[in-house]
Design a binder for this molecule. Structure first.
Ligand code: ATP
Ligand code: MG
Length: 360
């Protein structure tokens, strides 16, 4: 069976380091491994509109921002199909049919959607489009017959919902759709990177992000004012590394080489953590180290992004071409679905013959 990747991001803002460790970095590695037959990377503008309905300009502006982040991180349009969700109308058609396979109660149980409803104050009036976005996400994944979906942990319930839809569709209409598998980051700090404010998830909607495109000064400012351990008041106090985002970021980004380069008195992160927990290590020193580490990761990304931003029409061209390729694939899958669902009236010779016989 072909190995196919589908994943993507909502154009609700520039991408941040949570996206990088949660999904983007892995995608680039998978792309360059040469092990995948097809790779589709989607900018989910239609999904972004489900909770930004009144703000289409925000979504429109962020298409290029996200595409620049992709290219800057190393996604290569020669190897990966970069496309825009709304340009593939087949996805809406698929969602419409999948709606018959899912109950309202099942959607209400989705823990990620539950949290997102609270975050957006949608408790009293959830837009139907937002409520059903896990179904539309199932269409995004199955349209490309994706076998592998590299995403952060918050997406696990969506992949589970997709697998259920695939089972049900194949059971009712016959084997047609491919069951996807989630691919989570190996490093547990990267599953759901916390925000600079210590909140559970770095998220565009929460304003607690370090963006891939932030300037050197912005990164430094954000790191130096990060939330740490509130009980660690004086340098001598013993500190906590659990729930301390400065250490979670070091878990996600630092290597032993970084210690050699910037903090040679420790040989690795475990030693630094032990000192912090014992007491006698100040937050400023740890933050300065984190700043050095992150600057090294983000500098080349930022520089490539600036280069790509010099030719914006070329970026639109990449997305237009990618959308054509993606649409061809989705329409092939939809054709197979419609055959399975017996709604292919005009291309089925046997059907026409049988109806002739019935009425003769
Ligand atoms: P929004 O607030 O608009 O939902 P977001 O920051 O959650 O934005 P998405 O576009 O919804 O970003 O997510 C894109 C991908 O990035 C998904 O695979 C998601 O799992 C991953 N991701 C987002 N935030 C994080 C995070 N803090 N840690 C790890 N992965 C993340
Ligand atoms: Mg999200």
């Amino acid at each position: 069976m072909a190995k196919i990747i589908l994943t993507g991001d909502r154009p609700t803002g520039r991408l941040h380091v949570g996206h990088y460790v949660g999904s983007l970095k892995r995608r680039v590695e998978l792309q360059n491994s040469g092990e995948y037959d097809e790779i589709y990377i989607m900018i989910a503008d239609a999904q972004a509109l489900t909770d930004n309905m009144e703000n289409p300009e925000k979504v429109r502006q962020n298409i290029i921002e996200v595409a620049l982040d992709y290219l800057a991180c190393g996604l290569d349009p020669k190897k990966s199909v970069l496309f825009i969700q709304s340009q593939i109308p087949e996805l809406c058609e698929m969602s419409f049919y999948y709606m018959n396979l899912v109950t309202v109660a099942r959607l209400q149980r989705n823990p990620t959607v539950k949290t997102e409803i609270q975050m957006r104050n949608f408790e009293k009036s959830i837009p139907v489009g937002f409520f059903t976005y896990p179904i539309s996400q199932a269409a995004d994944i199955t349209a490309f017959k994706a076998t592998t979906v590299p995403v952060g942990e918050d997406q696990a319930p969506m992949i589970e919902q997709t697998r259920e839809i695939v089972h049900r569709f194949n059971y009712v209409y016959g084997e047609t759709l491919t069951e996807p598998n989630i691919l989570l980051p190996d490093n547990s700090a990267c599953l759901r990177l916390p925000g600079t404010d210590g909140k559970a998830k770095m998220s565009k909607s929460l304003g607690n992000c370090i963006y891939l495109s932030d300037s050197e000064e912005d990164i430094k400012k954000k790191i130096m004012s990060m939330y740490t351990d509130p009980t660690h008041l004086r340098v001598e106090d013993p500190g906590h590394v659990e729930g301390n985002p400065v250490f979670t970021y070091l878990d996600a980004f630092s290597t032993d080489q970084d210690f050699e380069k910037y903090l040679p008195e420790y040989s690795n992160l475990e030693e630094l953590k032990a000192h912090y927990m014992r007491g006698g290590l100040g937050d400023v020193k740890v933050k300065k180290f984190l700043n050095n580490v992150l600057q090294d990761v983000l500098r080349p990304i930022r520089e490539r992004r600036i280069d790509y931003s010099k030719d914006i029409p070329y970026i639109y061209k990449i997305l237009e071409e990618g959308s054509k390729v993606a649409r061809a694939k989705a329409s092939q899958t939809l054709k197979e679905m419609k055959e399975a669902m017996k709604i292919n009236y005009f291309s089925d010779e046997a059907l026409i013959r049988s109806q002739v016989e019935k009425f003769s």
